[in-house]
Design a protein around this ligand. Structure first.
Ligand SMILES: CC(C)(COP(=O)(O)OP(=O)(O)OC[C@H]1O[C@@H](n2cnc3c(N)ncnc32)[C@H](O)[C@@H]1OP(=O)(O)O)[C@@H](O)C(=O)NCCC(=O)NCCS
Length: 155
C-alpha cells in the first residue's frame, strides 16, 4: 500500500505547524530567498510521519524540505522517489536542494541516494540568520552553522 499522498490546500495549517515544529518557522530561507509554507508543493507520508516539499520552476525542481519522524524505515527514500518521479513527469532537468554544513546525516543520506555535491555557498547561513535570527550559531554535532551546501541529481 502506498501511504504517500499529495499535500492539499486543506493541509496548509498543518504544514505550517509542522515546519514551525521541525524548523522553527513557517518559512525557509535558502540562497537568500524566503520560501513560505503556502508556496510549496509536497507529499505527506502516512499520518504526517514524513513530509517532503518542493518547488518546480522551469526545468528545475528544488526540494525545499524533507523530514522523517520515523528514521531508518524507508520514509525519506520513498518521499524523494516521489518527487523525482514528479520532476521527470514535468520534464525537469535536475532536482536540487540546499542543506547546511553541519547536517552530516543529510549529506550522507543524499549522496547515498543519487545526489552529488555541486556547490558550497560560504557564509550563506550567516546571511540567512539576519532574516531569521532563530537560526542557531551552532548546529548539529556541535558544528558552527554557516554555509549552504548544494546537491543535485540530474534526471
Ligand atoms: C535525512 C532523513 C530525511 C532521512 O529519512 P529516513 O526516513 O531516515 O530515510 P530512510 O529510512 O529512507 O533511509 C535512511 C537509512 O535507512 C535505511 N533503511 C531504509 N529502510 C529501511 C528498513 N526498512 N530497515 C532498515 N534500514 C532501512 C536506508 O537504506 C538508509 O540508509 P543509508 O542512508 O545508509 O542509505 C532523516 O534523517 C531526517 O528527517 N533528518 C532530519 C531532517 C533533515 O536533516 N532533513 C534534511 C534537510 S535538507
Amino acid at each position: 500500500m502506498n501511504s504517500i499522498r499529495r499535500l492539499t490546500k486543506k493541509d496548509r495549517p498543518h504544514l505550517k505547524g509542522f515546519w514551525i515544529e521541525q524548523w522553527g518557522a513557517a518559512q525557509m530561507i535558502v540562497h537568500g530567498e524566503v520560501i513560505q509554507y503556502d508556496e510549496v508543493d509536497g507529499f505527506v507520508h502516512g499520518d504526517w510521519n514524513g513530509l517532503i516539499t518542493f518547488s518546480i520552476r522551469g526545468d528545475e525542481c528544488e526540494i525545499t524540505s524533507l523530514d522523517s519522524l520515523q528514521q531508518g524505515k524507508g520514509i525519506g527514500t520513498a518521499l524523494i522517489d516521489e518527487v523525482v518521479s514528479e520532476a521527470k513527469e514535468r520534464s525537469c532537468r535536475r532536482v536540487f536542494l540546499i542543506t547546511t554544513n553541519d547536517n552530516l546525516q543529510a549529506l550522507g543520506f543524499y549522496q547515498r541516494h543519487g545526489f552529488s555535491l555541486v556547490a558550497v555557498h560560504r557564509g550563506a547561513v550567516n546571511e540567512s540568520r539576519r532574516l531569521k535570527p532563530s537560526i542557531p550559531l551552532i548546529g548539529a554535532s556541535n558544528i558552527p552553522l554557516r554555509d549552504e551546501i548544494e546537491l543535485e541529481m540530474l534526471i
